[in-house]
Structures are given as C-alpha cells and as structure tokens.
Design a protein. Structure first.
Length: 278
C-alpha cells in the first residue's frame, strides 16, 4: 500500500469523522445564532508560501454539511502558493460555511505543511536521491500524511508492518546471530521485500551477499555512509535515516545513497497558515 490512493469513500468517511469530532454532541451552537438564509461568498487564502494540499478534503467537508455550498478550487493540489494566494472560493449559507470552517482549514493547513516541508528536502537533493517518509505518523492519519508527502514530491515506500520485512535494531538485539533472522525472512518472503537496518560497517559486512533488497543505514556519519555505499557496490538499495535535517541533507545525498527517510515529515512538521475570509 505504498502507493497512496485516495478513494471517494475514504475522503468522505475521513471528513465525517472529523466533523463528528467537532460537532458532537450539540452541533455548532454559536453559528446557530446566525440568520438561516444569509448567503455569502468567502475566500480561502494562504498566509504564507508553500505547496498546497488538502482541498479535496475541504470540499467534501462543506459538501457533507450542505450540498448546496459551492466550492470552487482556484489552485490545484500540489501547486506552489505564496502569501495572499486565493486557493478556493466558497459560496453558500454562511451559517453552514462557518460550521465547516475549522475542519476544512485543518485539513488544508496540515496537508500543505507536510507537502511544503517535503518539497524543501526534495529541492535540496536533486533527482538521484528520493525523499521518503516513515511510519512515524499520527495515529489514524497515516494515509492523509503520506498523501501530503507525495504532493511535495516525496515517496511513500513503507505503509505498515505487513508491507515488507523490516529487520531493525530491536529485532537484531534479540538474536545472537541476526543473519539467521534475515535467512528466516528470505524463507518466508512470499513476494515481499526485505529491508535490514545496520548502524555500523561491521554489521554491514556480515550481511552482504544475502538475498534481500534494501540496507537501511541508520544514524551513520557521512564518512561511514560513503564507505557503506562503496562496500555495497549497487547490489542493494541504500537508505539513510536518523538525524536528517535541512542543514545536512545535501551532504547525506552526496554520499550516493538511493533514498533518505525522514520521520519529522509526518511526525512534527508545522502547518501552513490558511485562513477563511468573509
């Protein structure tokens, strides 16, 4: 499930859950004070530059509240925006628009924030190195967050624990001979890929020659990353992880690794400031 696909049903059910969270148990008691038939056109505007995402969720949010609300997308998903950019226009019953305002903006702000930060990393590494996200996601928001990464030009390569075998440090520390773990994974492969994490050159030397796909080079220095890539000689996909930021991403990419995985893209990225203006 590494290739994120957003079905209409998924978008609808996600927006329903978000609205229920905001409206249970008594609805929007403040907007209920407004006139019932006040029709207004409002603008959704970006307060900062970035990569836009989440409008498909915002549109569905308003549709679920009131099918008569018109939602006109002014900028496409994945497009660049700047401060003052009108990303959408919404027209309809103001009471209903205000009821859906925060949920709609939350989707757009959060997804745009992830897309924007991902794109910063992508622009710093060039075309040879892929920027990937991880499973360090907010519970129940993984699909949405990985969608944001994709919009920013990043790659979704592992969605959950059943996607592939991922033999990490805690698995390795529980076995005296961790090569046996890899051999067990190979035996039970059944079409799935195998990734093995190492954090030093000695570990890497032990597993070279075994039949698996990817070596995850965790928290290695630039010097050791270069040495690892040289030792691997293109026989495995190489992935660097741990402590990656915008200050060191160019140096990490220059080591020749195929991809860099970054947990903060989904774990702790800041939202883009988006507002609704009546």
């Amino acid at each position: 499930m590494s290739n994120i696909q957003l079905s209409k049903q998924f978008i609808k059910s996600t927006c329903k859950l978000a609205l229920n969270e905001d409206l249970y148990p008594s609805g929007d008691i403040t907007s209920d004070l407004l006139q019932n038939n006040l029709i207004k056109k409002v603008k959704m505007i970006s307060n900062q530059k970035g990569i836009l995402g989440g409008l498909i969720f915002a549109r569905e949010t308003f549709k679920l509240i009131d099918k008569k609300i018109k939602f006109k997308i002014k900028k496409q998903e994945g497009s660049q925006i700047k401060k003052g950019t009108i990303v959408a226009e919404i027209e309809g019953n103001l009471k209903h628009i205000l009821t859906g305002e925060r949920v709609a903006l939350n989707f757009v702000s959060h997804i745009s924030g992830i897309a924007s930060k991902t794109n910063e990393f992508v622009r710093n590494v060039g075309k040879k190195t892929k920027i990937c996200c991880t499973r360090k996601t907010i519970p129940n928001l993984r699909v949405i967050q990985k969608y944001g990464v994709k919009l920013g030009g990043g790659t979704n390569h592992r969605f959950n624990l059943s996607d592939e075998f991922l033999i990490k440090d805690n698995h390795i520390s529980s076995e005296k001979n961790f090569e046996n773990l890899i051999k067990k994974a190979i035996k039970n492969k059944k079409g799935r890929k195998i990734t093995v994490e190492v954090d030093n050159i000695m570990q890497l030397r032990k597993i070279i020659g075994l039949n698996f796909e990817t070596v995850l080079l965790d928290n290695m220095s630039i010097k050791n990353l270069k040495a690892a890539v040289k030792l691997i000689k293109g026989n495995y996909i190489t992935e660097a992880s741990g402590g990656v930021n915008l200050n060191n991403i160019k140096k990490i990419a220059s080591t020749g690794v195929d991809r860099v995985s970054i947990g903060m893209l989904t774990q702790s990225v800041s939202a883009i400031d988006i507002k609704l203006e009546v």
